[in-house]
Design a protein around this ligand. Structure first.
Ligand code: IPE
Ligand code: IPE
Ligand code: MG
Length: 255
């Protein structure tokens, strides 16, 4: 009886993932559910954020090994300032601790750190840690680990629009010349070049919304929602998600 159920269970959870099939080049993750993870364990919400940081390390390593080109992680939105001060302060300290502990590993993995978001509004210590990590990994040629920190897509697009309008006003640009690439060149993701558009957007914790994340860049991405809370998401969960991507048929409006 036991072996029968054991066998059946294995079959049900068998991953579709195949390492030699297409790996999404740009994966973007809304790392959600840290607070609920902690609350379930009767711990303060910040304990969930700390555990979530370990998930970031695991997922970064695995994604890099699988050949992902860009991993964009939503770490703090322009709306997250609404949270109580102690939680915001903790979240602003996390990048400092994360890079302190993890930059040597990132260098070993050949991972290059980048950031998108309104970083000028971050506290000095956070900004310093991020800039140092960018500097320390700038010569790495492997996966780009792109943190969205104080990021909001509507503001990103409004700022892009203002800069394009200014170019028109100055006579540098004709209205008719404005196209996708004009707009993309003004987005915070411009540095990602060919990988600016997201292939696979993952959100943990069971929420099924986009929360102001990469609205332009997600135009044709595949979406994956899982009930797993971010601190419980691991290498196997990532592979499972990619396995599902590998079975999708992206049509981009064609057939
Ligand atoms: C995601 O976890 C991390 C951030 C938004 C910074 P949450 O803190 O949103 O956790 P839940 O959604 O409240 O469980
Ligand atoms: C989105 O999560 C932002 C990050 C993961 C950084 P939130 O928890 O802030 O999103 P909502 O409020 O549930 O939409
Ligand atoms: Mg949340």
């Amino acid at each position: 009886m036991k072996s029968f159920f054991g066998k059946r269970k294995k079959k049900q959870t068998e991953s579709l993932f195949k390492e030699n099939e297409e790996i999404p080049q740009h994966i973007a993750i809304i790392m959600d559910g840290n607070g609920r993870w902690a609350q379930k364990k009767i711990m303060p919400r910040i304990a969930g954020h700390r555990e979530g940081m370990n998930t970031v390390k695991k997922i970064t390593k695995r994604a890099s090994q699988l050949g992902v080109k860009v991993l964009t992680l939503y770490a703090f939105s322009t709306e997250n300032w609404k949270r109580p001060d102690p939680e915001v302060n903790f979240l602003m300290q996390l990048p400092v601790d994360f890079f302190d502990a993890f930059v040597p590993d990132l260098i070993k993995e050949n991972v290059k750190v980048q950031v998108i978001g309104f970083t000028d509004q971050l506290p000095v210590h956070t900004r310093k840690a991020v800039n140092q990590a960018i500097e320390d990994t700038k010569n790495n040629t492997g996966m780009i680990l792109n943190f969205a920190l104080n990021y909001g897509s509507r503001s990103e697009m409004l700022e892009a629009t203002k800069r394009i309008a200014a170019q028109v006003q100055n006579g540098q640009l004709e209205i008719e010349e404005i196209d996708d690439s004009t707009f993309e060149s003004q987005l915070m993701t411009a540095e990602l070049g060919d990988y600016q558009n997201v292939d696979y957007m993952i959100r943990t914790s069971g929420e099924e919304r986009i929360s102001n994340f990469l609205l332009w860049q997600n135009a044709y991405s595949e979406f994956y929602f899982t009930k797993t809370l971010w601190p419980d998401f691991d290498e196997t969960a990532l592979e499972e998600a990619i396995g599902i991507y590998q079975k999708r048929h992206r049509r981009f409006g064609g057939l």
